[in-house]
Design a protein around this ligand. Sequence first.
Ligand code: GAR
Length: 183
Amino acid sequence: MKIAVLISGTGSNLKALIDAQKNREFKSEIVLVLSNKDAKGLEYAREAGISWAIIKTDEEMLQELESHSVDFIVLAGYLKKISSKILDKYENRIINIHPSLLPKYGGRGFYGLSVHEAVFKNKDRESGVTVHYVNEKVDGGEIILQEKIDISKCNSPVEIRDEVLKIEHSILKKAIAKIEEEI
Ligand code: GAR
């Protein structure tokens, strides 16, 4: 598969995918990195020599995806909703990583640190990560992989985030390899 990775921020999940690609942990190739803003994570694309762009509209996104012959999209910390136009064109070919045990802490308003703040406030003893297909319902598509961790020793939302991020960095590449096996 020719993959586009979409980001909005730090890009640590993108970095983990680039490393996994170098180690041949999946067969697909990351051909494009897109961001809706001048994100720090774009630096990883530049370092790896992967094409990248900042896109502001659906038209720009589609144009980039088409000109790089992208056939699969990975949302790795992309915090904007994907439009119906893109969803229609890439039906069942877009996946997202979400830092909670969906369906818990999913949907509008739950993204990035806000997820971990809610988990911390509720005194949950475990949290985790979900990789799922993307459809019209925010965080509501079919689950591909989910992993749990014990967070009972975490003393803040940031500590929870850091623990969850560690498993994020291994689950996304596993999800890609799993999809490659299935197609
Ligand atoms: C990650 O924790 C990812 O799961 C989350 O944003 C963070 C991005 O980190 N995504 C969402 O909350 C999507 N709803 P990164 O830029 O370092 O990969």
